[in-house]
Write a protein that binds this ligand. Structure first.
Ligand code: UD1
Ligand code: CA
Length: 457
């Protein structure tokens, strides 16, 4: 069920598209569902912002059911009747509870099967059950009499700590046979799927309950505060997993590490680091504070100093980055190469052992091994319309503050004098000077000072 608006979030974005742990709520739920059923048997009920929700998760291969008006969770299942009525058993997931695991769903499924129940509710015991529907059992049995929503609960019912998780298993034939008995006579004027418990009760159909082992799994993200809490729980779990695998993370509470990130042994991650998307970091790396790395591959033994930003970059073993380097998409940094302070790169290859240590822009460039790029060097890759390539062969020395106007090639071992503006190719082993010759006027400054003094009187 993913059709709801998520009124409590006060957002333009549909609730299930709000992200925790770097992914939309719904993506997490689909990932769990995909471990117990194949995508062609998973139906996502969409409604509010349906197209956007569909686009966000379509790549998973799941199917979609449209709930045109959002008249409650019971109504959502009515909308899915045609799609689901041919199945024997169905499991209903809440699209806003991202920590659910396949293991728990299997437990729910197996318990439901063994009970031959019409409906089995996954429940949880929460210290603070506020906001959730409460499960009213028949005495101490695992049979359910009713689910009471928070708003309709009496003061004594509100004290019950066993809540409805919003995950259920149903006998499909029975669900769709009895679902029209639901009514909208409640505070919200909606069809509650939870009311199927009492509907089945009246029809003498079994309603069972099975409790989740780890209540954290079923927590929903209904408010911004709940989303943040979920995000923190998931990210902390990720940090714990990495630490268990041999990664040191100082102050994990301050780091944002997405679920798919891989980090090798003995790598150290300092406070306030973000590792996002499909990033992999090798072993024996050191990632210093305030660095943000997204969809990048970093090999072993790389030092990333403070404040670097990497996006779709690859970095070979032993390289050294930062502080404050900006590696934009397509940056390939070679083995033991250095990219230093305030250096921006885009779509470049920097060869083995080459260095660009200070204040430089390198874009659309092929740079060989053992090259020295002096401070302030700029590849002028853009003529206002097209991008052009700069080729710098092995062993080239580019003096500080040079502009290399592409397309251009600096041959192997060539030397560019500092302050040059290079507009023509430089042959191998040549020296290129692209600047005005210096003029020195002896005594000029002294004469000027004296003339000024005189004028003042
Ligand atoms: C629901 C349960 C509550 C349970 C809680 C667990 C009902 C009436 N109440 O409350 O007992 O404790 O989940 O998290 O079911 N949705 C639709 N179509 C709709 C309405 C909702 O698809 O017309 C979807 C939402 O997008 C969401 C899910 O159903 O993913 C649950 O809806 P939500 O409004 O979050 O229900 P709760 O108030 O949390
Ligand atoms: Ca909810």
């Amino acid at each position: 069920m993913a059709a709801g608006k998520g009124t409590r979030l006060k957002s333009k974005l549909a609730k299930v598209l709000h992200e925790v742990g770097g992914e939309p709520l719904l993506a997490h739920v689909i990932a769990a569902a995909s471990k117990v059923a194949s995508p062609e048997d998973i139906y996502v009920i969409i409604g509010h912002e349906a197209e956007q929700v569909r686009d966000a998760v379509a790549s998973t291969g799941v199917k979609f059911v449209l709930q045109r008006e959002q008249r409650g969770t019971g109504h959502a299942m009515m909308a899915a009747r045609e799609a689901l009525v041919g199945y024997d058993q169905i499991i209903v997931f809440s699209g806003d509870a991202p920590q659910i695991t396949a293991t728990t769903i299997e437990k729910l499924r197996d318990f439901h099967k063994s009970r031959k129940a019409a409906m089995t509710i996954l429940s949880a015991r929460l210290d603070d059950p506020t906001g959730y529907g409460r499960v009213l059992r028949k005495g101490k049995t695992s049979e359910v009499r009713e689910i009471v929503e928070e708003k309709a609960a009496s003061p004594s019912q509100k004290k019950l700590k066993e809540i409805n998780s919003g995950f259920y298993a149903f006998d499909a034939k029975k669900l769709f046979h009895y679902i029209d008995h639901l009514s909208t006579k409640n505070v919200h004027g909606e069809y509650y799927l939870t009311d199927m418990a009492s509907v089945f009760g009246k029809a003498k159909q079994g309603v069972a309950v099975v409790e989740v082992e780890n209540p954290q799994e079923i927590l929903g993200g209904n408010t911004r505060a709940e989303l943040v809490e979920l995000d923190q729980q998931m990210r902390m779990a990720k940090c714990r997993q990495l630490m268990a695998e041999g990664v040191t993370i100082f102050y994990p509470q301050t780091c944002m590490i997405d679920a798919d990130v891989v980090v090798g042994q003995d790598t150290v991650i300092e406070p306030f680091v973000q590792l996002l998307g499909k990033t992999s970091i090798g072993a024996d790396c050191h990632i210093r504070s305030y660095t943000v790395i997204k969809n990048s591959r970093i090999a072993d033994g790389v030092l990333v100093r403070n404040g670097c930003i990497l996006d779709e970059a690859t970095v070979a073993p032993g390289a050294l980055l930062g502080p404050y380097s900006h590696l934009r998409p397509g940056s390939e940094i070679g083995e033991s190469a250095h990219v230093g302070n305030f250096v921006e790169t885009k779509k470049i290859r920097l060869g083995k052992g080459s260095k660009a240590n200070h204040l430089t822009y390198l874009g659309d460039a092929e740079i060989g091994a053992g090259v020295n790029i002096g401070a302030g060097t700029i590849t002028c890759n853009y003529d206002g319309v097209n991008k052009h390539k700069t080729i710098i062969e092995d062993g080239v020395f580019v003096g500080s503050d040079s502009t290399l106007v592409a397309p251009i090639r600096l041959g192997r071992g060539a030397y560019v004098a500092a302050g040059s503006s290079i507009t023509n190719d430089v042959p191998s082993d040549a020296l290129a000077l692209g600047r005005a010759r210096q003029i020195t006027k002896e005594g000029w400054a002294r004469e000027k000072r004296e003339a000024q003094k005189k004028a003042k009187g």
